[in-house]
Design a protein around this ligand. Structure first.
Ligand SMILES: C[C@](O)(CO)[C@H](O)COP(=O)(O)OP(=O)(O)OC[C@H]1O[C@@H](n2ccc(N)nc2=O)[C@H](O)[C@@H]1O
Ligand SMILES: Nc1ncnc2c1ncn2[C@@H]1O[C@H](COP(=O)(O)OP(=O)(O)OP(=O)(O)O)[C@@H](O)[C@H]1O
Length: 309
């Protein structure tokens, strides 16, 4: 048996995100243009006493974590992933999962989902289970709507709850600045506020959802000016409703030279589109000073969950 196994998995942004009406199972049908970023979570799986599974935050984390901000017991998504793998295969080994966090927590960038995806890959290797990618993807879908995309990475259209993925091939790199907030937003709460806002609006039924083919072409061509007008997130109004201070972040991003910006997923992290990598670094420095945050330059697409050693 291996002494340990390390896997990486990416955080994401939704370059476009449309939300349909609330379904009976409490979820919403969505149309998402997912982009995996080079902000990667690293999960190392070490053997532990049989039947136990727990997480610890690694000192290598670049995200500043408040004590108890991320649960380390059964509520941790990586621990849930290890448990699910045991349940599915009948394996009885124990595991300690050391997580190096590089994706803002509760920021709408799928950090917990990336931990789950990386944990599936790392535990599969540690325990020599030899599951197929398809099996790991299906297990991932049971852990959260964003987990399958963190397994595939790259760029993809996600339908259903976000888990029915059609990968986009040949997408040129695009450059972004992520502006994390000092607080998190709960994903179910943000969806709930969207439902409330829609119920109280005089507009009728939600329109049909889908991804504009022009956006796909613009991403393939690597033309940020053409990508910019297509940035759209139906959850943004709900995130801003819960955190009105986000308006200042949009304003600052505009002044700093953003081509466009939007709330990432359920927020509150804001993703800013830059002309190129140099611009992204410049904007990140400027916004870090102005907003007193640690703005992070990043680029996508980036690889999905994979074993490092
Ligand atoms: C906001 C996004 O990050 C955009 O990619 C995702 O839609 C959320 O993905 P996630 O965090 O993996 O979501 P899950 O952990 O599966 O679901 C958390 C909660 O979000 C809401 N939820 C999630 C996905 C979806 N398509 N419709 C929903 O209404 C549900 O209330 C659900 O109980
Ligand atoms: N491994 C984990 N890393 C981070 N948060 C976790 C993890 N496991 C469980 N959680 C819990 O999940 C909550 C949301 O975490 P996460 O960072 O995944 O949010 P998010 O990026 O907004 O998710 P998404 O974009 O998928 O909706 C956290 O507040 C934390 O309590």
């Amino acid at each position: 048996m291996r002494d340990f196994a390390t896997a990486a998995a990416p955080g994401k942004i939704n370059v476009a995100f449309q939300v349909g009406p609330l379904r009976e199972d409490g979820y919403h049908d969505v149309a998402s243009l997912y982009l995996a970023l080079d902000l990667q979570e690293l999960v190392t799986a070490y053997p532990a006493e049989a039947g136990t599974a727990y997480a610890e935050m690694s000192e290598a984390s670049t995200i500043i974590l408040e004590p108890d901000e991320v649960p380390t017991g059964e509520d941790n998504l990586a621990v849930k992933a290890a448990r699910l793998l045991c349940e599915y295969t009948g394996h009885e080994g124990g595991v300690r999962l050391s997580i190096a966090k590089h994706v803002p927590v509760a920021g709408g960038m799928g950090g917990g989902s990336a931990d789950a995806a990386a944990a599936l890959v790392a535990c599969d290797a540690l325990w020599g289970l030899g599951l197929s990618r398809g099996e790991l993807m299906r297990l991932g879908a049971r852990l959260g709507a964003d987990v399958p995309f963190s397994m595939t990475g790259g760029a993809a259209v996600g339908l259903g709850v976000g888990d029915e993925l059609s990968p986009l091939l040949h997408v040129e790199p695009s450059h972004w600045v992520l502006i994390p907030a000092s607080y998190g937003l709960s994903t179910p709460r943000v969806y709930g506020v969207l439902d409330e806002l829609r119920a109280s609006a005089s507009r009728g039924e939600a329109e049909g959802i889908g991804i504009d083919p022009e956006l796909v072409t613009a991403l393939r061509d690597g033309d940020p000016e053409t990508v910019a007008p297509h940035l759209r997130n139906d959850l943004q109004a709900a995130a801003v409703h819960l955190a009105p201070e986000l308006e200042q972040v949009f304003e600052a991003a505009k002044h700093a030279g953003a081509l466009a910006s939007l709330v990432s997923g359920s927020g509150p992290t804001v993703a800013v589109l830059a002309r190129d990598g140099r611009e992204a670094k410049r904007i990140a420095t400027q916004l870090s000073d102005e907003l007193e945050v640690r703005a992070i330059p990043a680029q996508g697409p980036s690889q999905g969950a994979r074993l490092l050693r």
